[in-house]
Write a protein that binds this ligand. Sequence first.
Ligand SMILES: Nc1nc2c(ncn2[C@@H]2O[C@H](COP(=O)(O)OP(=O)(O)OP(=O)(O)O)[C@@H](O)[C@H]2O)c(=O)[nH]1
Ligand SMILES: [Mg+2]
Length: 314
Amino acid sequence: MDARGEARHKPRVGARYPDDGDAVARIRYRKRDRRDYRTRPTVTAVIPTLNEAENLPHVFRHLPNGVNELIVVDGHSTDETLRVTRKLRPDARIVLQDRRGKGNALACGFAAARGDIIVMVDADGSTDPAEIPSFIAPLIRGADYVKGSRYIKGGGSTDITHLRSAGNRALGLSVNLLFGTSYTDLCYGYNAFWRRCLPHLFVNCDGFEVETVLNIRAARAGLKVVEVPSYERDRIHGLSNLNAWRDGRRALAAIMRERFSRMPAPSDAWRPQFAELGDLHSAAPAAAAPAGVPALAVDAPPVLAPVAGAALGM
Ligand SMILES: Nc1nc2c(ncn2[C@@H]2O[C@H](COP(=O)(O)OP(=O)(O)OP(=O)(O)O)[C@@H](O)[C@H]2O)c(=O)[nH]1
Ligand SMILES: [Mg+2]
């Protein structure tokens, strides 16, 4: 027990904090948040978008204040996604992915991120940005990588179909057997981790298998992984980009690849050459914003200033 009477958990891979994600833990986090404000780490939310203009207002509205940097990674949307982003969140950084697929989009967003902590949030309204604090709390307490789970107490989904749920469970079981993890939800896109873990996660896949790869790499690298409950809602507007059979096969192939290949040595070699839309605060009216042409900066070196004082010492 520490000075505040909180139990100190020693998470193992796939373990979860018994008290994270519930109301008590959130309140405790908020109190601690206020007290430790000066040493709080900075948080970057990475949101991949492919034609999500109608859903973004909902997602932006529910982002908590503690998010210091917002990165929208667009995959060549043909709707108003970029214009809506500029209008509603002129402070957001808009990154244009260099290839196709959600995996490549996340890799570009991760490479652009400057916060101490990165949290991945979908743009279709199915992952609730208001849950972000319950992902951050275990990281502050010592976890390296926090994964959302729809299958533990407090989690759930109105979005997942029986077919996808069965596939997810089968793939998850395989991963648990092959990699000694005890994950309850493998293919879920709501995760958060310290940016310093990126060389280990080595995000070099392009498609929807990205969550599977991230979860396996976290385990193979020996990161402290914690699960927190998460509730997934239906996509608000538009159609899913995921195809259960095609993407299930991709995830299975990724599992096999991870099992029979050597783990990439931790490095920055995975970093894609993303492009970033230029000065979002420029005089150019939003209506005149091009739908996809970057005016551009490549890669993102400067470090984001912490909210106040020094970033949390790790
Ligand atoms: N930038 C980018 N984003 C993508 C791409 N494919 C999917 N996304 C985004 O990734 C998120 C998840 O994609 P969805 O199509 O909702 O897939 P899903 O959530 O796995 O499946 P559903 O449960 O059916 O919604 C959404 O925010 C998409 O806009 C892509 O190729 N590029
Ligand atoms: Mg979705």
